[in-house]
Design a protein around this ligand. Structure first.
Ligand code: ADP
Length: 441
């Protein structure tokens, strides 16, 4: 089976053609600078063949045309005909309360994704453009939406409600949603595999640390809390986002600096975080190299970043009443031993101890805690595309005569894990909110 996985952003389209049965990619790439005349297509085949093409990609329709052209290309392609693509899986950022699972896309689903634009005005419109482009260029090919928010839809009300009038939740759906769900799901499942225990026996804290950063408390395979909230601005310090702050700060800044609300929004989303504190860069590699040359502001940014991760580890251990594993992923989480070591410093009281040699070893997927550490700590590469491909395969069904996928890693595994997750979520959900199934609005 061949599944095309698409992540359609405002100015880029990421794609991957995945064989979900062998869990491998056939080709992947990125169309950057969509909407501009100097777009770039970067394409890589499974055998290492790479090509970079300059193009004019003015919209998502053209971007999908390019994706198909390069997948079909004689020299760099991997398929002979479009019909070899069995289904398309889309990363969709916001499913609101409508979707707690991945779903086959039909007119009604498109309408609901559109309805959720008010919750994710910067993302859902582009995700929809990707879906519309596939409808045009691959008509009749089944499409599946996999939501960034879905994995967190089982959070109990005491975790997702803010301390503001309840009316505002009812009226404007203001609540915690959480993001990076597919990544938190994947690395928690992978950690359970590596530990060798069913996920429904484990309490895991996951930290996805990229340009955007979030953490999740995953109890028995269910996300019971997460650090991003109504929007991806809340929680950890990020590359350019502030993360947690006293809401009165916004009122003060707007008053003192004479900023408009739009300017305050830009300040908190684009000029804060690592960049704001260091005054130098949002890039953790540069923060670390500057800090090592004695730059005090870079050191401060690094300390704030790591301290906040440590606080979330502690609070999520308390929220779950225990901790079996911590997982680091994302560009920073996978690659920075310094961040991992600093965030886990002095957590021995929780039974968590980092092994410095393991933490600094070059392997990509590794256990970094000591043999005697009660809490297992991992650095694991995430693989959101694989989860999207597996979910897509499960939802569109396996063609007659083909092997069924190995169980386990789709977002909605049909085994015991999922039953437990569903039961837990039923116990935890607010009366008027959606249940475990999708589309229960
Ligand atoms: P995105 O959220 O855009 O997908 P990534 O997951 O690729 O981003 O993460 C980007 C971040 O990862 C940047 O801050 C970058 O500096 C950091 N990063 C990548 N490699 C390293 C490394 N070796 N050490 C520290 N940070 C790294």
């Amino acid at each position: 089976m061949k599944i095309l996985v698409l992540n359609s952003g405002s100015s880029s389209v990421k794609y991957q053609l995945v064989d979900p049965e062998s869990r491998s990619f056939l080709a992947k790439g990125l169309i950057d600078r969509v909407g501009m005349s100097d777009s770039v297509v970067t394409h890589e085949r499974h055998d290492g063949d790479k090509v970079k093409i300059s193009a004019e990609v003015l919209d998502h329709q053209t971007a999908i045309e390019y994706v198909l052209a390069v997948l079909l290309s004689k020299n760099h392609g991997v398929i002979r005909d479009k019909s070899e693509i069995d289904a398309v899986g889309h990363r969709v950022v916001h499913g609101g309360e409508s979707f707690a699972e991945s779903v086959l896309i039909d007119e009604r689903v498109i309408d609901e994704i559109r309805e959720n634009i008010e919750l994710a005005p910067l993302h859902n419109p582009h995700n929809l453009r990707g879906i519309q482009a596939v409808l045009k260029h691959l008509p009749g090919t089944p499409q599946v939406a996999v939501f960034d928010t879905a994995f967190h839809q089982h959070m109990p009300p005491h975790a997702f409600l803010y301390g503001i009038p309840y009316l505002l939740y009812r009226r404007y759906k203001i609540r915690r949603y959480g993001f990076h769900g597919t990544s938190h799901f994947y690395v928690s499942q992978r950690a359970a595999e590596l530990i060798g225990k069913p996920i429904n026996e484990l309490k895991i804290v996951t930290a996805h640390l990229g340009n955007g950063c979030s953490m999740a408390a995953i109890d028995h395979g269910v996300s019971v809390d997460t650090s991003m909230g109504f929007t991806p601005l809340e929680g950890l310090l990020m590359g350019t986002r502030s993360g947690d702050l006293d809401p009165a700060i916004i009122l003060t800044i707007v008053g003192r600096e004479g900023l408009s609300l739009a300017e305050a929004n830009t300040l908190l989303n684009k000029h804060s975080g690592l960049l704001g504190i260091s005054g130098l860069t949002s890039d953790m590699r540069e923060i670390i190299s500057e800090k090592k040359t004695g730059n005090k502001q870079a050191d401060l940014a690094f300390q704030v970043f790591a301290y906040r991760i440590k606080k979330y580890i502690g609070s999520y251990a308390a929220a779950m009443g225990g901790l079996d594993a911590v997982v680091f992923t994302g560009g920073i989480g996978e690659n920075s031993p310094d961040v991992r070591a600093e965030s886990c410093k002095n957590l021995e009281f929780l039974g968590l101890k980092i092994d410095s040699d393991r933490n600094n070893s070059p392997e990509k997927e590794k256990l970094i805690s000591t043999e005697s550490s009660n809490v297992k700590v991992f650095a694991l590469p995430t693989n959101e595309e694989l989860v999207i491909a597996l979910d897509t395969m499960r939802i569109v069904g396996t063609p007659v005569g083909k092997t069924v996928r190995p169980a386990g890693l789709g977002m909605n595994p049909s085994g015991d894990n999922h039953r437990d997750a569903t039961e837990l979520s039923r116990r935890g959900r607010a009366g008027e909110s959606s249940g475990a199934g999708h589309h229960s609005k």
